[in-house]
Design a protein around this ligand. Structure first.
Ligand code: NI
Length: 171
């Protein structure tokens, strides 16, 4: 099923999610399938469980947007191991719709995570995938990308969002 995406302002997005301790359950398989479906429906390249209201350390990524099955990635309990280089580029978030901002990130990022069976793996990504690793891992720690913006930019954004909330145009 496609879940509605939780928007900025919901506390579930700003607290650390719980570690996953049970693997390979029918419930976990179903959740992952629903997360991919919800991400594709929202046209995102990454989705963290708190974004559908579930405070568990699970994220899905597909930088090919469902074009290449090999790009489908499941990250459970991910940790950033190494960040190298840097890239400047626009970043957005399904939970902060309508906004995209320049964010400086590492260009090459190695993570360690568990798969659906609980097996640990390491993976290195570059460019967009590196950005997605950082963005999604931060979601699971309760950190949104807008915390990387200048205080001025963030305040401007918050004001715009408050206006949308008052107008009933923010979920
Ligand atoms: Ni996001």
């Amino acid at each position: 099923m496609v879940y509605p995406i939780v928007k900025y302002g919901d506390p579930v997005l700003e607290r650390e999610a719980d570690d996953v301790t049970e693997f390979d359950t029918p419930e976990l398989h179903q959740l992952l399938s629903d997360m991919f479906e919800s991400m594709y429906a929202a046209k995102g390249v990454g989705l963290a469980a708190p974004q559908i209201g579930i405070g568990r350390k699970i994220a899905v990524i597909d930088v090919s947007n469902n074009a290449n099955p090999e790009d489908k990635l499941v990250l459970i309990n991910p940790r950033i191991l190494q960040v190298e280089g840097r890239q400047d580029g626009e970043e957005g978030c399904l939970s902060v719709p309508g906004f995209r901002e320049q964010v400086r990130r590492g260009r090459r990022v190695t993570i360690r995570a568990q798969d659906v069976k609980g097996e640990f793996f390491e993976k290195t990504g570059e460019d967009l995938l590196a950005r997605a690793f950082l963005h999604e891992t931060e979601h699971l720690l309760g950190r949104l990308y807008i915390t990387h913006l200048s205080a001025l930019k963030r305040d401007l954004m918050r004001r715009k969002i408050k206006k949308l909330q008052r107008a009933g145009e923010w979920g």
